[in-house]
Each structure stands twice: as C-alpha cells, then as structure tokens.
Design a protein around this ligand. Structure first.
Ligand SMILES: Cc1cc2nc3c(=O)[nH]c(=O)nc-3n(C[C@H](O)[C@H](O)[C@H](O)COP(=O)(O)O)c2cc1C
Length: 368
C-alpha cells in the first residue's frame, strides 16, 4: 500500500478491537502526566574521570559525527515516539524542525496506524518537510508476523510505504514484548520475528531497537547475522513502558495487566550495560533509555556508543513548542561539549577513549 493511498482517517476501533489512534494518544498523555521513569538511574553509575588540565580551548570542540553514513552536528538521536493521532502532527513537526536546525537525527513512532490502518498519515509525513540529517521510519516486530487469523502483516510494500511517508533513510524495527505483556490488548506471538527481520534487513537498511528493556549480546549477535546494520539499545532506567501500560490498564479496569505493569516496572537490561555488551560487535550502537542530558550522552559515547538517543527527555518540550524543543536540544549539545572539555576530548572519537568508572548497581551487572 502506497502512502498516498492510505485510507481515510478513522477514530473508531479497528479490526481486532484496537483503536491505535486512541492508544498512541494515551501513551503521550500518560508519559506527560505521570511518573513513568525507571526507579534507578543507571547513567549516574557511569562517572567520567575529570581532567584538570584539558589542554584545549572550549571553542575547538567538535561534536560532529557520521552515523549510518549521515553527517550529524552532534551524536544525538530523538528516538521514535509518536504519530497516528491528530495532536501527534504538532509534536513530530516540532521535533523535526528542531532536529533539522540543531543537526541531529530523529525517528517517528510506530507507523502501524498509518500503514496498516490508514490513520492520520499526515501526523508522520509532516516530518518529511524538514531537512533532518538522518530519519528513522518505525514499525514493530509484532506486526511483521500474523498475530490473529487474517491479520495483514508488514512486508516489503508496507516497509517501503513507511519509509516514503517520512522520507526515511533507515527502518527502525522495535522490540516491545514487555509492553505487549502489560497491554490488555497486547500481541502475544513472537515466534518467527527473527527470520522476518532477517528477510526485511536483506532488502532495507534496518536498525533494531528496544523500547525500554535493553538488548543482550546474544540477541544482537543473532540480528547481526541476519543483516541488521545497527542497534538502539533502549535499555532500562528511563521511560518504563510497563509503567505506562500499568496506568492505562488501571484506567481500563484490566486487573491482571495493571499488576504485570507494576511487577515488571523495572524489568530489563540497564542501558549502559546493554551498550557495553553490544559495542564489541562492531556495528553502530545508539545508547538510549534514560538519557536525560548531554552529560548522559557523553557517558554513552565514552562507553563506545556511536550516538545517544532520547525520547522522554524531549517529549515535554515537543508537546509545548518548537522553540522549547530546539532550546532543550541545544542544552544537550552544550552539556555534551562541557563534558568533552572537562575530559580533554576535542572530538567525539577522543571522547570514546575517555576514561570512566562504573559504580553502583551497574557495577554488579558487569560481574554477573
Ligand atoms: C510517548 C512515547 C511513545 C513511544 N512510542 C514508540 C514507538 O511507537 N516506537 C518505538 O520504537 N519506540 C517508542 N517509544 C520508545 C522510545 O523510542 C524509547 O525507546 C524509550 O522511551 C526509552 O527512551 P527514554 O527513556 O529516553 O524515553 C516511545 C516512547 C515514548 C515516551
């Protein structure tokens, strides 16, 4: 299905009783209205070692990088969040305009709503108007295999449409099985996803991302062997989708899923640990999950990440306006530069060699 042939927007429940538009709107509302952060800040466990004599001038610092063949002014990615309901257009537009001006990468949220259901394609396509240096389309692993009899699944045509809709350079396939387990209407089938990701990655440039529970080395190795080009770890310690779904389930009176969301609130691999596990594989690693400042970006780079990503760190600004979003991103870049100065790192490659110490709970993970 071509993007131009998308069905008219619908707001009624779709096949399978799922109203995706409503669900995507609720996710934004819950993240903005409740505390859904992980209970432990793993990034604070990564301490960069101060260099009292930087032996360089602040003005010399160069934050530019090349990520997946695209030149960015800073190693920062706004990871996929939204689309598929009317107000999402404003959020995505604010993010795209700010990302283009600051020179960082961005992704949109799952395009399932537009591609499989024809809902609000303009809430994604608005991104195509801005010269964002690297754009990620987004589709979920549960949608690449049939979940229910007669389900339409994502194949090459749908991927092409998803990429064209926003003018994407790379497809992000998200893994969100923790979230699905805490969703009253969640998808429970996962068998066959690996092979299907391999088929898509043989044709399209594919990055695989988690959504807040991290990726282990063994899973990354399986994906690397199936042509996947990059990873976004999206580990534990930032936005908890178990928490988000907990609040939705409470509101819906779904007792079992409300309980699952609470029990598994902090489930997953801490973001910095996932980065350390994946970097030796030699593919670009985006560090995300709890990145809330330019100092966290610097910590991620020191661990060997190619870039750091944030979603929850910019959502509030994006829901407010373009100026606020640009301002927040500029603060991230400035904090990154301060950390580079204080570690004597003129370039991002220098920062990747900066000494660091792992403390706290993250240290225990290193010795498991
Ligand atoms: C409101 C919201 C919606 C999200 N929707 C998606 C999505 O559709 N697809 C996806 O791959 N990730 C989605 N994410 C996950 C983020 O990309 C990211 O992996 C996760 O939030 C962890 O990063 P953070 O701690 O910086 O928020 C969403 C995050 C938020 C906050």
């Amino acid at each position: 299905m071509g993007a131009g042939r998308a069905r008219e927007p619908t707001s009624a429940a779709d096949e399978g009783g799922i109203d995706l538009s409503h669900r995507k709107a609720e996710h934004v509302k819950v993240v903005l209205g409740r505390n859904v952060e992980g209970r432990y800040r793993y990034w604070d466990d990564i301490q960069l070692v101060h260099r009292a004599l930087p032996e360089l001038d602040f003005e010399e610092i160069d934050t530019s990088v090349t990520l997946l063949g695209h030149a960015l002014r800073a190693p920062i990615v706004i990871t996929g969040m939204t689309g598929g309901f009317p107000d999402a257009a404003k959020i995505n537009q604010n993010l795209a305009q700010a990302a283009a001006e600051v020179g960082v990468a961005m992704g949109v949220g799952s395009e399932r709503a537009a591609i499989l259901k024809g809902q609000y394609p303009e809430s994604y396509s608005c991104v195509a108007r801005f010269p964002v240096p690297l754009k990620f389309a987004n589709l979920g692993a549960p949608q690449i295999i049939p979940q229910r009899p007669g389900d339409r699944v994502v194949g090459p045509d749908e991927v092409r449409s998803a990429m064209q809709l926003i003018g994407a350079d790379v497809l992000a396939v998200h893994l969100n099985f923790l979230q699905e387990m805490a969703q009253p209407e969640g998808d429970r089938r996962a068998k066959g996803c690996l092979a299907r990701i391999g088929e898509l990655a043989a044709t399209f440039p594919v990055l695989v991302k988690e959504t807040g529970a991290g990726i282990s080395r063994s899973v990354a190795e399986e994906l690397r062997d199936r042509h996947v080009r990059a990873f976004d770890v999206s580990g534990t310690g930032g936005t908890s989708f178990a928490a988000v779904e907990h609040y939705r389930a409470v509101d819906q009176g779904a007792v079992r899923e409300a309980r699952i969301g609470k029990t598994f609130w902090d489930w997953g691999i801490p973001s910095p640990i996932s980065v350390l596990e994946l970097v030796p594989l030699g593919l670009p690693v985006i560090a995300s999950g709890g990145v809330r400042s330019g100092l966290d970006v610097a910590r991620a780079i020191a661990l060997g990440a190619s870039a750091a990503g944030t979603a929850g760190g910019v959502l509030r600004a994006a829901a407010t306006g373009y100026e606020e979003t640009r301002h927040e991103l500029e603060l991230f870049v400035h904090e990154l530069k301060v950390a580079m100065f204080l570690t004597g790192s003129r370039t991002v490659a220098d920062l990747q060699r900066a000494p660091y110490v792992v403390t706290g709970e993250s240290r225990a993970w290193l010795h498991r």
